[in-house]
Design a protein around this ligand. Structure first.
Ligand SMILES: *Cc1c(COP(=O)(O)O)cnc(C)c1O
Length: 365
């Protein structure tokens, strides 16, 4: 039988399209707490830089994102030559998969790991290897046990989305020590700025010390620039070289480069955003537990809230009640967690609206 139309190769048709968090498009007041966006907007400096960049939209941007890499390098004391910027860290995760995975090569990630790892792996023609977690937390022994001759990448979000759990740096080091040196360890630290734990590190030192560790970061979360699509990776020399060969020559827009550079310099803004988050993350955890709900302890800007399986009280029922009040959380069927909803920390008004709505929903008013 002849094929009468173009057919995408192997893994492409195995990709389940990414479903973004919902927000309402109805007229009324809506609280979008479904995508881990910050409720505090972006730094005024970043917005001013973005607006100023609007004066020269006719020009191609600097293809090396130099100003942004310099600003990141200055903020963290890193060599800008080893920083690669991307259109969101999503692009960088995909580029890493395309650079290091060929047909049949395996990429390992955990049971409730970030969905982009699977998409990137399949899109590159690689084979996803999903390993179990322990208490909704990545399990280093399970990851190491899954390593085979074909393993090329281990993706790990630390902290992880959607669980909110993390691995202490000691566990990350143990994972790295157990991996063959041909395996690239990708540390996705999208929520690093929110974490307040003495035993947490984003992985900068590991990247500095080894040729097989890369750390990705994003401007989409605490910096409040999700719409601009800005991510960065701190890389060993060889990885930076590979990413720079395969990325688009102008993969960040001029306004994104300008706004990102201004955002990272405004440390006071990041500090106050982190304080808002800590305060309301604790408050939400306490209030939801007081309602009898199980909440997975989180170090990010979101919470995994577990609902009972009793008819009328499930996560799907709670979601319906919240949506009826204009409150959007993230359903987690696609993450294999149908009994839970993910709640992003919002403004005080939004956080109180969530608790009030769930109080009524659970009949505790
Ligand atoms: C939100 C998020 C990102 C960021 O993606 P961008 O493409 O930079 O917006 C990366 N990793 C994880 C685990 C996330 O939750």
């Amino acid at each position: 039988m002849s094929i009468d139309r173009p057919v995408p190769r192997g893994g492409v048709t195995r990709i389940a399209p990414y479903v973004p968090g919902k927000g309402g498009d109805s007229g009324g007041k809506v609280f979008k707490l479904s995508s881990n966006e910050t409720p505090l907007g972006a730094s005024p400096d970043a917005i001013a830089a973005f607006v100023a960049a609007g004066a020269h939209l006719e020009l191609y941007p600097d293809g090396s994102s130099r100003a942004l890499r310099d600003a990141i390098g200055q903020r963290y004391g890193l060599d800008p030559a080893r920083i690669v910027c991307g259109a969101g860290s999503d692009e960088l995760l995909n580029l890493l998969a395309h650079a290091y995975l060929g047909p049949g090569d395996e990429a390992i990630f955990t049971e409730h790991g970030f969905l982009v790892y699977k998409i990137a792996t399949l899109a590159a023609g690689g084979e996803p290897v999903v390993v179990p977690e322990k208490d909704l937390t990545a399990d280093v022994d399970a990851i190491l046990a899954a390593v085979s001759e074909k393993t090329r990448i281990v993706f790990i979000a630390n902290p992880n989305n959607p669980t909110g759990t993390y691995l202490p740096i000691g566990e990350i080091k143990r994972l790295h020590e157990g991996l063959p040196r041909r395996v690239l360890l990708v540390l996705d630290a999208a929520y690093a700025e929110y974490v307040r734990r003495n035993d947490y590190e984003s992985g900068i030192e590991l990247v500095a010390s080894y040729p097989n560790v890369v750390m990705t970061r994003t401007f989409s979360k605490i910096y409040g620039l999700a719409s601009l699509r800005i991510g960065w990776a701190y890389c060993p020399e060889g990885v930076a070289d590979a990413l720079n060969r395969i990325r688009g020559p102008f993969n960040l827009s001029g306004p994104a480069i300008a706004a990102g550079a201004a955002a990272i310099a405004d440390e006071a803004f990041v500090q106050s955003s982190a304080e808002h988050n800590s305060r309301w993350l604790e408050w939400l955890t306490r209030e939801l537990e007081a309602l009898g709900l199980k909440v997975t302890p989180s170090v990010g800007n979101f919470l995994l809230v577990h609902f009972p399986s009793d008819a009328g009280k499930t996560a799907a029922d709670a979601d319906a009640a919240l949506v009826a009040s204009g409150i959007y959380l993230r359903r987690l069927e696609s993450y294999g967690l149908p009994g839970a909803l993910r709640l992003s920390v919002g403004t005080e008004e939004a956080n109180r609206a969530v608790v009030d709505t769930l109080t009524v929903f659970l009949g505790k008013a």
